[in-house]
Ligand binder design. Structure first.
Ligand SMILES: *Cc1c(COP(=O)(O)O)cnc(C)c1O
Length: 455
């Protein structure tokens, strides 16, 4: 039984959410942090007696508010986070209320069909083979892991080794080739799968793109199972590896080509930037995020492979009593068994935007990143990268000055952007990935950065 009328506690959450979102355009992006206040508000000896759900929500809102970052709003430039589209957020709430388990179709027929539908929509939008297999996971970290598990199965099966049965002990060595700018989570995925560190690291150019000639030279030295990990969307520069040329280099070999395209793969939806990921469809697997550029709430990543049998062999838990037949079993395509039905939020995001809306979202973010970079350039700030996507790197003289500017930008609260090191130089890292950011927001953020630079 509900302890309070359900509408009371959900209404209370709705009111708090509305207050948060309605005020997000005006509030400082990052609260003035008082960790002690948060610890006192949230932390106390757990009482023996329970509390009315409405009071619990009131208490949570009061206690957590001083530590909630405005990353859902239009002026957050940190990491690559995206916000939450209205329809996706509401669908996500319903997903919680429905509390469906996405492991097996029989546990949520609607979840299974929604997952099939969004799989098709995503393959279509990202211009990937319609026959590819899709799993909805927590993020690109697990999408990389899932895809590389499929790769591990496939390349070892190719030399007669059943890795699911025998493990890696005594297995033929798998060469794992990455670009010098591979994302840290991809390296973690290789570790999780028992590969350890990459066997070959291919140099990257000044934008962070893998050098395909160097890849060709590396592949010529490999005689045995191999996995090549390329990238679409460098987290600093936004640059994409030359996937077409990389696919050419892999073609004469039996190497599995994986693309970590957490946000960069979405360039495919924008006619002005589609060329950045030309050749992507020729890969064997792709990892991307829905919670970054598609702006669905956390968490949602997408693992896609061109080899459904390898994907399923690597992931399926496959006990006989679990075989359910007509409906998709999500657990066949993801590392998890019990799992939130992430497809409802993705379905709502895609349906609310439509094809043109997805394309506009991606294109707009790129134009706004370029606009901020242009404003900074006009004010005499150095931009270290070619702004080809939604990422820009700003440098303010030397390392110490740049770090001081980063700190002032962050404490001023008009926007939030992180510091990074690019080719040995400190920089302010700017990422535009929120659906609600406008030109006025971009100008306001550029002005805040220029003010922090005291130019
Ligand atoms: C963000 C990102 C990841 C990790 O994604 P999560 O969603 O945080 O798991 C992996 N690769 C690239 C290129 C990224 O930008």
């Amino acid at each position: 039984m509900w302890q309070s009328a359900p509408v009371d506690v959900l209404q209370r959450a709705l009111t708090a959410a509305r207050e948060h979102l309605d005020g997000i355009r005006d509030r400082p992006v990052v609260p003035s942090l008082d960790v002690g206040e948060l610890e006192r508000g949230l932390g106390f000896p757990l009482a023996d007696a329970g509390m009315d759900p409405v009071d619990v929500i009131d208490l949570l809102v009061r206690a957590a508010s001083p530590g909630i970052v405005g990353s859902a709003g239009p002026r957050y430039l940190g990491f690559v986070v995206g916000g939450s589209l209205e329809a996706a957020l509401a669908a996500d709430w319903l997903t919680s209320a429905w509390d469906q388990n996405g492991a097996f179709g029989v546990m949520s027929p609607a979840g299974a069909v929604a997952e099939d539908v969004v799989a098709g929509w995503l393959l279509d939008l990202l211009e990937l083979p319609p026959t590819a297999s899709v799993g909805l996971v927590t993020g690109a970290q697990m999408a990389n892991t899932t895809c590389l598990a499929a790769a591990r199965h496939h390349v070892l099966a190719g030399v007669g080794w059943d890795v699911e049965a025998l493990g890696l002990g005594g297995a033929p060595r798998v060469a794992c080739v990455v670009g010098d700018e591979a994302h840290v989570t991809l390296l973690a995925s290789l570790r999780y799968l028992g590969f350890g560190a990459p066997s070959h690291v291919v140099p990257a150019d000044d934008q962070g793109r893998m050098d395909p000639a160097a890849l060709r030279a590396v592949l010529a030295t490999i005689d045995g199972p191999a996995i090549v990990c390329a990238q679409a969307g460098n987290v600093n520069t936004g640059a994409c590896d030359p996937l077409d040329v990389i696919a050419d280099a892999c073609r004469p070999t039996s190497a599995w080509l994986h693309v970590d395209g957490a946000f960069g793969l979405w360039a495919a939806v924008d006619p002005a930037r589609r060329h950045l990921v030309r050749g992507a469809a020729r890969a064997d697997s792709w990892a991307t995020d829905a919670h970054k550029w598609l702006n669905v709430p956390y968490d949602c990543g997408v693992a896609i492979t061109a080899h459904p049998n390898a994907h399923r062999a690597a992931m399926s838990i496959g006990a006989a009593y679990l075989a359910t037949g007509a409906l998709r079993d999500g657990a066949d395509w993801t590392p998890e068994a019990s799992r939130r039905v992430r497809a409802f939020a993705v379905w709502a995001a895609l349906r609310s935007l439509g094809r043109s809306g997805v394309s506009d979202l991606v294109g707009r973010c790129c134009l706004l990143a370029d606009r901020i970079a242009q404003r900074l350039t006009d004010a005499g700030v150095e931009i270290l990268n070619e702004v080809v996507l939604n990422q820009a790197l700003a440098r303010f003289g030397d390392d110490a000055t740049t770090d001081a500017v980063v700190a002032r930008v962050q404490s001023a609260g008009e926007t939030w952007a992180g510091g990074t090191t690019w080719r040995g130089m400190r920089a302010l890292r700017i990422s535009v990935s929120n659906w609600s950011t406008t030109e006025a927001d971009a100008d306001r953020m550029a002005a805040a950065i220029i003010a922090a630079a005291r130019l």
